[in-house]
Write a protein that binds this ligand. Sequence first.
Ligand SMILES: C[S@@+](CC[C@H](N)C(=O)[O-])C[C@H]1O[C@@H](n2cnc3c(N)ncnc32)[C@H](O)[C@@H]1O
Length: 200
Amino acid sequence: MTRRGQPDALYRRAKTEGYAARSVFKLKEMDRRYGLLRPGQRVLDLGCHPGSWLQYAAQRVGRGGLVVGVDLQPPTVSLPPWVRFVQADVLGLTPEGLRAYAPAYDLVLSDVAPRTTGVGHQDAAASLALSEAAVDLALALLVPGGSLVAKVYYGPGVDELILRVKGAFKLGKGHKPEASRSASREIYILGRGLKPRPGD
Ligand SMILES: C[S@@+](CC[C@H](N)C(=O)[O-])C[C@H]1O[C@@H](n2cnc3c(N)ncnc32)[C@H](O)[C@@H]1O
């Protein structure tokens, strides 16, 4: 929806194509650009409600893959059997808990967004905490060569988080998808090709 509550073109297109949200076009663009998703992958999707990223990731990984979605609220769409949903707070997740679904993951996605208060610095701090949790989980759970996409509202601490991702992955950067509204402070932190850790 637009800021004034009117459906925009991407919102209408998402509905026509059967996706739960217009956010799907951001993931599609990043997948096209950075080659994130492949058949057979194990994908963790943090902040997955209402489910458009789950729908797209499930199509791309196919029945030989696995998509584990986490959110405070369940998806609103029906999903194939290779998608699992975990109702939980991202800030309370542990790598051990997520290894119950797969021993390791090929891709960690995070579109998790805090409930906004309208107070810019508070919203940015809440978003940063969620993105840091996503990066921590990705660094613990990804296979060497694995990738990460994590939304964050731009603010203090984000450049440092991007630097951390740059150090851990062969490619690390911030990206603003075309489908992201220009008025929004959101960017996506991308890490592609996790470098081997000591002991890998
Ligand atoms: C922008 S929506 C995600 C849209 C989703 N990628 C899609 O394509 O359908 C952000 C989600 O983050 C979730 N969220 C916010 N804080 C959370 C938290 N602490 N733990 C888990 N989920 C959270 C919200 O419930 C919301 O569903």
